[in-house]
Write a protein that binds this ligand. Structure first.
Ligand SMILES: [Zn+2]
Length: 140
């Protein structure tokens, strides 16, 4: 791919994710090739946002730049029972708990690690029908 100027032209790869918030600790599903697919999935999960990723690639298909834009879904319904729940589990002693909100998981982990020296709590997101997925580096 060459531009008229003769320099290699970068091109864009665009994909969409469904996500539950714009927070750093958010659940994301995807990728989807079209906005419509991502939107359908977001509505199914009760998520209120779409995330549009743009990868700018060079001629070797290396990613040069990543841009992401959040879009709030118009008229998104906030569901009472979340499609996604958070599970904390101590890697050291195995004690675990379930949370609806990220901050609750963080408080649980803080208390557990305060009460039990050198224990390390891991966080997992559990989505309906999708199983558990560990969220790494969740406490910065
Ligand atoms: Zn523990």
């Amino acid at each position: 791919m060459q531009s008229p100027g003769g320099t290699a032209m970068a091109y864009k790869e665009i994909f969409w994710m469904a996500c539950d918030s714009t927070e750093q600790l958010r659940a994301e599903y995807g990728p989807f090739h079209t906005r419509a697919e991502a939107e359908a999935e977001a509505r199914k999960l009760g998520f209120s946002y779409l995330l549009r990723y743009e990868h700018l690639l060079d001629e070797n298909e290396e990613i040069q730049e990543v841009r992401c834009i959040f879009l709030e879904l118009p008229g998104a319904v906030v569901v009472e029972s979340p499609a996604l729940s958070l599970h904390t589990r101590c890697a050291t002693c195995g004690e675990s708990a379930t949370h609806d909100k990220a901050w609750q998981a963080e408080v649980w982990a803080d208390i557990h690690e305060f009460e039990h020296t050198r224990h390390r709590v891991r966080l997992f997101a559990h989505a309906r029908g999708k199983g558990l997925k560990e969220i790494g580096d969740w406490r910065g």
